[in-house]
Design a protein. Structure first.
Length: 422
């Protein structure tokens, strides 16, 4: 029977030879990821009421990223609870090392063929590695932690095919914003989207992670990319086992529910206007919009690749005097690499304020939240009203390239004007 990648991954987890869209199956979970916000403080009371413990502590990864650095009483208390729970239960714990969606794969926890459940809406990031990964709430997560299983309705697959080669100054963030603009935030219909085509295969893993992460903004359950040599090399370098990665691809002729075609060569830098990622259009439509803050942060905008892109434009230049630049590297490892290569020095010389390796204001945490009437261009995944601070603030979404160019000009700007050869 010909199956899509999503169907193959779920069939394996369900111990079945094949599955079909619409079937409800019970899947065995290879890994459960939780964080300080939705993790111990939410699931432990449920587990206690049930009178059960963890089904397998070696298959649970806990990451503190929302309340880091714990600089207020509530945050400090939640971090203490998180650390105590980690020690008491003996789970793998990455404390203050960065955002969960970046730390999980960089520490070798994600590999092709896995079925993973995460306690966060952007858990589809794992799909970049040919793993089936999606987010659940605390109640469902407690069930997973207790049993190691979860039921899932086998999704249809929506194929998003990218032909051509991306132009200079255009990134994966522009690709996903363009998809949000065309399909809307419910275009994924809580099914599995699969990104295909030569433009996808040309991307490095951190760029692929941006696409899979923001499958959530398309309204999909999972955002999959079939693994290849690039995937295998990343997983091996992270200390994981890529296994028989070549087996994890959709069958020729497998039925998909929809297909949407995109031309990478024709794509311009994208900007999503307040207050939705679906308000995306070519940068020219928003160019000239005045700004107060540039935020280079989040799992979709401050990985090593993102930091390097922004620094490429900022190097040797001064930002507009009215602009405040905030940089929150997505992981401690990415920040260390960026520092070693002189990238962090570029931000420091531009007068940027360096924030902790954490979710920060992307998720409405921390002291740097946006104040009243602030206009911000952000590399985050979402720009919902009030998410990053005061409800009167306005947030535009863009790539790190566009963020850096806009910092220089003091208004939304086309990054291609600041890149040689673009």
């Amino acid at each position: 029977m010909r199956m899509t990648l999503a169907e193959k991954l779920i069939a394996r987890a369900a111990g079945r030879g094949a599955v079909r869209p619409g079937e409800v199956v019970t899947a065995r979970v290879d890994l459960a990821m939780i964080h300080d916000s939705g993790g111990p403080r939410r699931v432990e009371p449920i587990l206690k009421r049930l009178g059960v413990g963890l089904w397998d502590r070696e298959r649970v990864v806990l990451i503190s990223d929302h309340y880091i650095p714990g600089d207020d009483p509530d945050g400090a208390a939640i971090l203490r609870l998180t650390r105590d729970w980690a020690q008491a239960n003996g789970v793998t714990f990455h404390d203050g090392q960065g955002i969960c969606h970046v730390v999980l794969p960089e520490r070798g926890h994600v590999a092709p063929g896995m079925f993973i459940v995460g306690g966060d809406s952007h858990s589809p990031t794992g799909g970049a590695f040919g793993a089936y990964m999606f987010g659940v709430g605390a109640t469902e997560m407690a069930g997973v932690l207790a049993t190691g299983e979860i039921w899932v309705k086998v999704p249809e697959t929506i194929r998003l095919d990218w032909q051509g080669v991306l132009p200079r100054g255009v990134m994966a963030k522009d690709m996903i914003l363009a998809m949000c603009g065309r399909l809307g935030m419910d275009g994924g219909r809580y099914q599995a989207v699969e990104y295909t085509g030569p433009a996808i295969r040309a991307l490095g893993m951190q760029e692929r992670m941006t696409l899979s992460n923001m499958a959530a903004e398309l309204g999909a359950q999972a955002g999959l990319i079939a693994p290849d040599q690039t995937t295998a090399a990343y997983v091996a370098a992270a200390g994981g086992d890529p296994g028989d990665w070549a087996d994890w691809c959709g069958d020729e002729g497998a039925v998909t529910a929809e297909r949407h075609d995109f031309d990478a060569a024709a794509l311009a830098p994208q900007v999503a206007a307040p207050h939705s990622p679906a308000n995306a259009s070519d940068v020219g439509a928003q160019a000239g919009q005045g700004l107060d803050v540039i935020y280079i942060g989040a799992c979709t905008g401050a990985k090593y690749t993102d930091l390097a892109a922004a620094a490429e434009i900022l190097r040797g230049k001064r930002p507009a005097k009215e602009i405040e630049i905030l940089v929150a590297p997505a992981s401690a490892r990415d920040q260390a690499r960026a520092k070693a290569e002189g990238i962090m020095a570029v931000f420091e010389e531009a007068g940027a304020k360096i924030l902790p390796n954490a979710c920060g204001i992307c998720a409405g945490y921390g002291a740097a939240r946006l104040g009243a009437d602030i206009r911000c261009l952000s590399t985050t995944a979402r720009n919902f009203r009030g998410r990053m601070g005061d409800a009167s603030s306005r947030v535009w979404l863009a790539s790190p390239y566009t963020a850096a160019a806009s910092a220089i000009e003091g208004r939304i700007a086309d990054p291609r004007n600041h890149l040689e050869g673009a």
